[in-house]
Design a protein around this ligand. Sequence first.
Ligand SMILES: *[C@@H]1O[C@H](CO)[C@@H](O)[C@H](O)[C@H]1NC(C)=O
Ligand SMILES: *[C@@H]1O[C@H](CO)[C@@H](O)[C@H](O)[C@H]1NC(C)=O
Ligand SMILES: *[C@@H]1O[C@H](CO)[C@@H](O)[C@H](O)[C@H]1NC(C)=O
Ligand SMILES: *[C@@H]1O[C@H](CO)[C@@H](O)[C@H](O)[C@H]1NC(C)=O
Ligand SMILES: *[C@@H]1O[C@H](CO)[C@@H](O)[C@H](O)[C@H]1NC(C)=O
Ligand SMILES: *[C@@H]1O[C@H](CO)[C@@H](O)[C@H](O)[C@H]1NC(C)=O
Ligand SMILES: *[C@@H]1O[C@H](CO)[C@@H](O)[C@H](O)[C@H]1NC(C)=O
Ligand SMILES: *[C@@H]1O[C@H](CO)[C@@H](O)[C@H](O)[C@H]1NC(C)=O
Ligand SMILES: *[C@@H]1O[C@H](CO)[C@@H](O)[C@H](O)[C@H]1NC(C)=O
Length: 789
Amino acid sequence: MLNETQKKKEKWKIQSQKKHPICGFGLNCKKMVFLVQLLMILCHQASSLKEWDGVVITQADYQGLQAFKNELIDPKGYLRSWNDSGFGACSGGWAGIKCAKGQVIVIQLPWKSLGGRITEKISQFQALRKLSLHDNFISGLIPTSLGFLPNLRGVQLFNNRLSGSIPPSLGLCPLLQTLDLSHNSLTGTIPPSLANSTRLYWVNLSYNSLQGQVPRELTRSNRLTLLALQYNNLSESLPTDLGKLSNLRTLDLSHNFIKGSLPSSISNMSSLNTLNLESNNLVGHLPENIGNLHNLSMLNLRRNRIDGQIPQSIGNLSSLKHLDLSFNDFKGEIPNSLSDLLTLSFLNVSYNKLSGSVPVELSQEFNSSSFIGNLQLCGFSPSNPCQSQAPSPSFGISEEAKRGRKLSIKDIILIAAGTLLVIMLILCCILLYCLIRKRRGVSKKEGEGAAVVGRAPRAEKGAPSGGQEVEAGEAGGKLVHFDGPMVFTADDLLCATAEIMGKSTYGTVYKATLEDGSEVAVKRLREKITKGQKEFEAEVNLLGKIRHPNLLALRAYYLGPKGEKLLVFDYIPKGSLATFLHARGPETRIDWPTRMRMIQGMARGLFHLHNNENIIHGNLTSSNVLIDDNNNAKISDYGLSRLMTASAAANVIATAGALGYRAPELSKLKKANTKTDVYSLGVIILELLTGKSPGEAMNGVDLPQWVASIVKEEWTNEVFDLELMKDASTIGDELLNTLKLGLHCVDPSPSSRPEIQQVLQQLEEIRTVDAVTATTSGDDGGGDPSASE
Ligand SMILES: *[C@@H]1O[C@H](CO)[C@@H](O)[C@H](O)[C@H]1NC(C)=O
Ligand SMILES: *[C@@H]1O[C@H](CO)[C@@H](O)[C@H](O)[C@H]1NC(C)=O
Ligand SMILES: *[C@@H]1O[C@H](CO)[C@@H](O)[C@H](O)[C@H]1NC(C)=O
Ligand SMILES: *[C@@H]1O[C@H](CO)[C@@H](O)[C@H](O)[C@H]1NC(C)=O
Ligand SMILES: *[C@@H]1O[C@H](CO)[C@@H](O)[C@H](O)[C@H]1NC(C)=O
Ligand SMILES: *[C@@H]1O[C@H](CO)[C@@H](O)[C@H](O)[C@H]1NC(C)=O
Ligand SMILES: *[C@@H]1O[C@H](CO)[C@@H](O)[C@H](O)[C@H]1NC(C)=O
Ligand SMILES: *[C@@H]1O[C@H](CO)[C@@H](O)[C@H](O)[C@H]1NC(C)=O
Ligand SMILES: *[C@@H]1O[C@H](CO)[C@@H](O)[C@H](O)[C@H]1NC(C)=O
């Protein structure tokens, strides 16, 4: 992998060498013959560049090489050939050394596992042109005396462990052309004196910890074609006369902390091919004259705070292939001129404040992932068409409001009818249930203080099978433990006092307190709707193996002699997200980091289900998400539909609809899929952002519609939970971007919704929260370690 990129790098340099002749630079074993020829033609002293010109090495250079070797660590013995008293040094006998007239002109020892340091005695090599020690483990400082080498042209020290700062003396090398110190641990500032090396054309200092600013002086280096400073800690703003670098082809300053705005002089960089400023703190506008950069093929401004309009002149960038303006504050419409760019093959303007309609050509060429996260933008996917005639704003609003009112009346009737139906259904169910129970002669009471099921005959421990602890009761009852921490017998379970926690289509959930005081949650499944015993056991044994910090673990199950089916889970005292969020006292605040942690937890849990377990939840609601003592979200009720008959599963989907979590297409489809789960997650995200329950009537529209309608009228801040707005100044962007993501998840068109891994990835981009580790949640006991992230 590393080798591969390295090869590319070398190749690039050979190409660049054709344009910029330098002696002894860019040697590559495979192309040695070609290069030797090239050197012969290019160098002034071509005649002296034979491997052995018959001149024995000078005393100064010989001593220099001794010192050089002494300070290096050579674990693989590459320098073993440096053994004689100097005869071999200039006759090709010493690895990595080339001479001219008895003086060392090239030291080239890349990929030799060398450690140690570079000696200050390097100043002995007064004829040295090239020092190439890249891809070793060399540490220590870059010797200051490097600056006293009048012939030095190329310095390749990348991929080492050099520390300290870049010696300003390097600016004293009048002939220095290439300087690559990338991927070391260099600190300090970039010395302005580098500008005094007027031949410099290639500077790569990326992947260090350099601080301070891009020195103004560097704009004097008008031969520069490459300036790569990405992944450093540079701050301050860019020099205003950056545009003087008229030969610069690549400017990469990405992943720094650069402030201020883009200098308008940038339009004078007529050779610029690649401009990468991703992940900085740039503000201000994109200069209108950016359109002058006719050779620009890559423009990346992702993750800054640039605002204003995208200039119309961007359509003049006739070489542009890659345009990334995502995660900025661009406003207004996407200029039509952008569709003139025939070469454009990558476009991302997502997560800005763009509005209006996407030019038709662009919407045909790029899918919605290029445009998402712009609340007022339309026409980039079938699910958000633009109104054919843009009405005047005031008319638009009143029209909207009227429609809203009509809708609400219709909906109220529908909801009333629906509620009646549901109540009748529930009554019927209860009646039926009671009848069945009576006929079976189950006389145990439910509710506070009652046992979960009838007391079973004394149970005996059976032999463990397949990692599971199976305990068979005399009368055919069977308890299967999936893993360690809870040790109880069927008897213990059946004698436990139980408290009803809730009821659902699948059955009733109890909090059971065992005799030793430990608590578990027991779900008693409705017998009528579960699959037959064999199928049931096959499925439940799979569910019992699932372990993930964000999924409620199934610890055991019990099959009663009369067909009762109990599932035993961890008991989570705090209860569900719905209770946590909606049934708290006015003094209990839930801050944004906590909410975000829950959102990310749910996304991780769902990701695990979709991708590692191949399970669709089908019934994700805030009541099915539990909150543990560390405020981690744990999804429950997953996979239960597999234990049920198909009709029961469909029934559950119907219930989710009534609660407001069901994706619209499910009313026809009846079969949940990953995109319907993402929809449900989207509703929960909106629930956490707004503090509103999706079941709450909001003028007769559902939560996603309500949020969308408020956002459309540009009252975006009105949607957020009031207590979140207290911190709006610091978390405003995160709130807005999460809102955009939430709305993306509840897109009416399933194909426009992201998959869960994209949701997770974007959440992590919005805010970095540590993943819940198995140890902190204490929840992975006995589970497959690979199951936790
Ligand atoms: C020096 O090293 C070379 C190459 O490793 C070897 O061939 C030669 O015999 C060595 N000479 C002495 C004097 O050790
Ligand atoms: C600059 O150095 C970095 C790190 O070694 C490397 O990834 C990058 O490709 C280099 N840039 C150029 C243009 O060679
Ligand atoms: C760079 O050159 C300028 C002008 O020739 C000179 O004033 C300055 O001292 C030099 N800087 C260094 C560090 O050599
Ligand atoms: C550079 O920035 C990174 C990320 O903010 C930080 O972890 C690191 O300590 C900084 N290094 C220096 C030398 O300031
Ligand atoms: C671009 O360069 C020209 C000529 O050097 C200069 O007059 C002009 O001010 C520069 N433009 C900007 C925006 O700096
Ligand atoms: C733009 O690129 C073309 C082709 O790579 C090149 O011929 C031309 O000289 C470049 N223009 C400038 C101003 O550098
Ligand atoms: C650049 O764009 C502007 C505005 O779109 C236009 O008026 C101008 O003619 C364009 N210039 C060139 C050289 O294409
Ligand atoms: C959209 O396009 C990108 C790249 O062009 C592709 O990776 C992605 O899968 C596409 N997404 C959809 C939803 O089609
Ligand atoms: C654009 O960026 C967003 C945010 O990172 C990402 O979700 C989307 O997939 C990107 N689209 C393309 C086409 O790269």
